[in-house]
Each structure stands twice: as C-alpha cells, then as structure tokens.
Design a protein around this ligand. Sequence first.
Ligand SMILES: Cc1cc2nc3c(=O)[nH]c(=O)nc-3n(C[C@H](O)[C@H](O)[C@H](O)COP(=O)(O)O)c2cc1C
Ligand code: SF4
Ligand code: SF4
Length: 288
Amino acid sequence: MMRMKIYYFSGTGNSYVVAKDIANKLKADLIPIAEVINIDKIYINADSIGIIFPSYLAPLAGIPLIVEQFIRKIINIKSIHIFAVCTCGGYECVNALPSLKKLEQVIRSCGGKLSADYSTRLPMNNLDYDHIPIPINRNHETIINRSKIKVDNICYRIKKKKGTKYKVVKILFNLVMTPLYKLMQQPVTNDLKKKAKEPLDTQLKYYELIPLTDKSILVNEKCNGCGICKKVCPVNNIIIVNSKPEFQHRCQMCFACDEWCPSSAIQHWSRSESVKYHHPDVTISDIL
Ligand SMILES: Cc1cc2nc3c(=O)[nH]c(=O)nc-3n(C[C@H](O)[C@H](O)[C@H](O)COP(=O)(O)O)c2cc1C
Ligand code: SF4
Ligand code: SF4
C-alpha cells in the first residue's frame, strides 16, 4: 500500500483544515511542518507527500519561508511523489498560481518534481478585501462551503492520480501575469523594508526582511504575560521577558500570535486593530 504524508503550515487554521480533510480522506499521516523544521536533514519515509500552505505576498515571496526551508531539507526529494495545495484569500488565479509556481521552482531546484498542484480559496485572514479591484465574494460561510467541495474534488483527483487541471491555461496565465507581478514587487519590498525598520536603500532581500518585520508587531497594555503567543508561534520567535512577549526576528508573518492571544493584546502590522479571523472549525488546541 502507498504510504502518504501530509505536511502543512498554517497560522490561522485555513491550511490546517484543508490538510486535515485531505489526510482523513486519503488515510495519510498529518504532520505540521513546524514540528520537523529543526531537523537538519529530513528523510521522508513515504512514497507520496502533500504540502499544504497559505499564499503569502503572492507576487513576491509566494510561499511562507518555512515551507521553502522544509523543502530544502528533504534529502530524498528525488524519490518521492509530491503534490501541493495552496490556500489563498483572493482569487486563486492571481494569488495561488504564482505561489504554486514558486513552490514548483524551489522543488525543482532541489532535484524534485511537483507532480500536481491544486488551490482553494478561503477567507483572507487579515480580512482586507478592499485592495482587490473587482467585486469579490466576502461571505465566509459561502467561501468555506465552496472550499469543502473543492477539497473533495482535489482528493478525488489525487486518488485517481489525475494531475493538475488546466495545466496549459495556468502556464499561459502565469506568463501573461509575470510582468505585472514584477511591477508589484518593488512596492511590496519597500513596505517590508518599512516594517522591518530598515532604510529604503538596504540591500536586504525579501527573505531577509520578512523575519525582521516582527519589529512592527505591537503589544498593548492588555498583555498579562500568559505566554500563549510564545506557545502558538511555529518558529519559537517569541520569548517572554518581564511578563511581555519579545520577538526574536525570525518571524514568518503567520498571524498566529495576534490571532490566538486571549487578551487581544497583539496587533500584527498587516491587520487593522481588532480584526480577528481564524477558520471557524479550528480551536487554539489544534494550533497548540
Ligand atoms: C503575510 C501574509 C500574506 C498574505 N498574502 C496573500 C496574498 O498575496 N494573496 C492572497 O490571496 N492571500 C494572501 N494572504 C491570505 C492567506 O493566504 C489566506 O488567508 C490563507 O488561507 C491563510 O492560511 P492559514 O489560515 O492556514 O494561515 C496572506 C496572508 C498572510 C498572513
Ligand atoms: S498571549 Fe497575549 S496576553 Fe499572553 S503573553 Fe502573549 S501578548 Fe500577552
Ligand atoms: S511572531 Fe507571531 S507572526 Fe511571527 S511567526 Fe511567530 S506567531 Fe507568527
């Protein structure tokens, strides 16, 4: 029998729900990437793996840094079948597509092959839909219900070993969009520089800036030093000093500390004040 493992990364539960659903339906093991990321060389004892992750800064980074680090650590990547599912908050064609392309490039650069890629739209976890220039459905119940149907279909395709749907269309769309994504990269990088509190002429690349952006996370007077933020952070980026969180500049920008703080004491720079969203089927114990 084929052994399958589902690896996932999730800050606010969307990718976790998708990963759990796929693992249940395909009888695969479910493993958080955060749990294995400190292993130097990762040997995967499976024939097939699924990588489930959120789209981050689609035109620039595309995938969370931890997902790229995870792939680079797999020592037997050449011999395993890999598929991926990207969750995103905007339209899949402009958000999940570049993220999956980035993932494919990383896997290829390590000698592996991304055999099939899928995506599903779920609520935007900073609830900011206003920057999308065309009307978009914001009703979370509808979005989540549609995603459930999509994930059923993804499982069917994985089971039947059917590859990526509309592959040629996706390649063409990516080609057309590439110059536009390039145009968007500079403003996004400049914003990261500001959040990382680096000068605009810094030569730091996006993957060096992202970990520093925790310099712009705010902690208010409601903090009681409970340490939940430290526990939910997937990369041990938080220590508690004098009953307050201190950030260690290896941030993934995942929102977990902001979302799961029971006192609403943390405000991530990418979220307006008092904006909270996590997938309704996920509890803090799932994240812990
Ligand atoms: C730092 C960051 C950047 C994001 N960038 C994008 C993006 O470029 N396009 C998009 O559609 N969604 C973007 N999102 C939204 C997430 O991809 C989406 O809500 C995802 O389902 C969250 O997954 P999670 O709940 O598993 O963490 C971003 C979220 C974060 C935290
Ligand atoms: S979870 Fe919130 S209240 Fe608890 S230590 Fe962190 S910021 Fe403070
Ligand atoms: S500090 Fe907060 S946003 Fe950064 S990786 Fe940890 S939990 Fe995520």
